[in-house]
Write a protein that binds this ligand. Structure first.
Ligand SMILES: [Zn+2]
Length: 56
């Protein structure tokens, strides 16, 4: 009877959604860095179909 949505139902561990700097979409995927870049991470936007970097 008591039906409500659980906000953590679709969260498995850490789900880091980075906002795309081009279209502000959160439909992004984190990619593994190829080089020894420890202070930045590579992401890929599925809406723009192009990668972007995020500095941490
Ligand atoms: Zn985008």
């Amino acid at each position: 009877m008591n039906r409500f949505s659980d906000p953590s139902v679709d969260t498995t561990g850490k789900d880091e959604r980075t906002e795309c700097p081009y279209c502000a979409s959160t439909n992004t995927e984190r990619e593994h860095p190829k080089g020894p870049s420890l202070c930045r991470s590579m992401h890929y936007c599925h809406d723009c179909n192009q990668p972007f970097e995020k500095f941490e």
